[in-house]
Design a protein around this ligand. Sequence first.
Ligand code: CP
Length: 300
Amino acid sequence: MPHLLTLDGMPRERILALLDRAQLFAEGHDLRGSLAGTAVCTLFFEPSTRTRMSFHLAAQRLGADVLNFDASTSSTRKGETALDTLRNLEAMGVRGFVVRHSEDGAVAALARRVRPGTALINAGDGRSAHPTQGLLDMLTLRQAKGDAFERLTVLIVGDVRHSRVARSDLHALRTLGAGEIRVCGPQALLPDDGTLAGCAVSHDLDAALDGVDVVMMLRLQRERMEEGLVSSLEDYHRTYGLTAQRLRRAKPDAVVMHPGPINRGVEITDEVADGPQSLILRQVHNGVAVRMAVLESLLG
Ligand code: CP
């Protein structure tokens, strides 16, 4: 596989192999150096903290030379296209590109135009896919709950319509055989394009939380939202915010995840985000290991 564009259709064995390798990296095994002499560029046309920094660290830990492309100070400001930018970096010898773009399908479109031997990793395109987030979420879930995904009831809450994270999580959860997948959010923020096939859909968060093992909260993607989809943040929090009181409806050992960045006090309270059931910083920690596994598998 020359690129990583989506988890849709990725075989279970490949997902598990990446998670196994990432687990070794997460445990600190000394597996460095496999990308010595390889140049990797993080090519982000949208903001990022976690994905960009963790890819940078992951590539460095594997011994790669890492270039950080900053769109705001680049020649894209003079009108240079993403494809020309990528081709110029390819000409300098860059072999791996970690690309984030606001348009659905933009990374796949670039991948069709690169040289043989160049690898692209989708670091989030529009609402479509964020495959390394999906993988790091599965690694985090596996560490917390074990391999038996079929025993888990997983609830995804919030703005699924605009979320590439939710789509990649759904692809991975289905492939790994999650027992039950519930989705909860306001009608206006749930997709009607088949994304939720097979999920139990609800608009009542209290009912949806009953007996779940895992709660995956999503950020309100206001940058991708039409005006008026959410009446007010206070209303949203009242109806769909995860509070400590609400979380008591889940199983006592339920875990809470969120891909970040968090809108504190909107989709989740401080008490839950920073509480004992939260895996949010564990997700971030695992992001480095998963990205090491992905870079190694494509470029090593
Ligand atoms: N989870 C995630 O993609 O975070 P960033 O936007 O900060 O990379």
